[in-house]
Design a protein around this ligand. Sequence first.
Ligand SMILES: Cc1cc2nc3c(=O)[nH]c(=O)nc-3n(C[C@H](O)[C@H](O)[C@H](O)COP(=O)(O)OP(=O)(O)OC[C@H]3O[C@@H](n4cnc5c(N)ncnc54)[C@H](O)[C@@H]3O)c2cc1C
Length: 402
Amino acid sequence: MAEPRVSVIGGGPAGLAAALEGRRLGLKVDLFEKRKIGENIRCAEGFIDSLRLLGKPEAGVRFKVKEAILKVKREFRVNCESINLWMIDRKEWQCYLADKARSAGVRIYENCRITPELLKQLQEDYDWVIDASGVPSVTSLAFGFRDYYRRHGAITAQYVVEGDFSYLGDRLKFVLLPNYLGYCWIFPKGRDEFGRETANVGIGWFQGERPGESIWRELDRFVEREGITGKILKKFGGIVPIRLRQNLQYDNILLVGDAAGCASPMHGGGIDLAFITGQLAARWIATLQEKRGDFSREVWQLLGPKLEVEKRLCELWMKAGFDFLDGLASFVTRDYRQITPWFLLRNFPTLIRELRAGMRFWSGLTLGDWTGGGGVFGIFCPEGVFFLKKLVSFFIHFTGGR
Ligand SMILES: Cc1cc2nc3c(=O)[nH]c(=O)nc-3n(C[C@H](O)[C@H](O)[C@H](O)COP(=O)(O)OP(=O)(O)OC[C@H]3O[C@@H](n4cnc5c(N)ncnc54)[C@H](O)[C@@H]3O)c2cc1C
């Protein structure tokens, strides 16, 4: 039987992963990219392998992130040794993947924009179309759901700044903002192709009330507060789609990556999930027809547990005050000296209720297991034991040791 012919729209992480995996499985793959590969990247370039399925990127790695700085009201250090997190140069990485795909036999057509009319043509000419065109996806234009991404997306703004960021070393900095569910970041990137020291400095708004003023003004205020004075080399923003669509198949089209809406609802990271869903689409097509399940369901099965935990923590983030977040950061960073009995007493019910979600989050990031977090026995993880000890000592203190 002839191998299925597959067209891929978009040469980002999702499209390149689909093309590479498709060729590996013997599919005939053509990829269409509207610009040149690596040219149309809007990203802070922190690569977190949140499902622990990918490992270290094959190219473009700038450094392994060993520690992150998390600023809430106070500043905390998060040990990232056990998290698969790298700072990368996406252009270098994507160009490497494209070369690898070409060598494997993928035909890549650059400067070739697919319109909704051309999409119809692709549907006829190929057995399958993998839409990895980001937001708004070509499929959304053809099938009338373009607005979905805006309604369920985070809004971002970012500068690429030239300057001395050596004070951060190999650390990424995250600053949570008090007035809304969102955060700012400073991700140092090292030297660019012209030898300039640079960092990606940006802001993301996730959910809830969005301040009336421009996100760019908010970013400027952040830059000023952080004392960043370097030259702005680039400026861009965009929508990060943070709600996975229920339906990911339209006739013979499969949606993957941002086109599927699969970036993290908590922090907006989407490179890894784009890559994974791209691979999944190619595997699904390569599976014998009679053995194939429902594509949307397969994606949901894989990503669902992570998205569920993150959504829950987002709700907590939105409902709880800034003081609570600050206290919670002490737990997350294991900076236990900063936790006061008063904080424990006031937030006891919430902490108990959310302990399991917190443990699932940590076991997801460090072990790739987003389902269990150790179940009931998760209480014996270091955080659980610490929490119980704190409670007991607080109780002894409160009752005067009687
Ligand atoms: C400011 C910002 C910062 C971010 N920071 C991070 C981060 O640090 N870490 C992280 O994990 N994620 C981050 N993200 C999210 C991440 O960039 C995306 O989730 C990821 O790029 C999705 O990959 P993708 O392949 O699905 O789509 P994209 O990377 O958007 O790739 C889509 C490709 O399709 C092409 N294309 C579009 N339309 C057409 C068409 N009609 N015809 C042909 N080609 C087309 C585009 O040119 C592009 O090359 C950030 C996003 C933003 C906006």
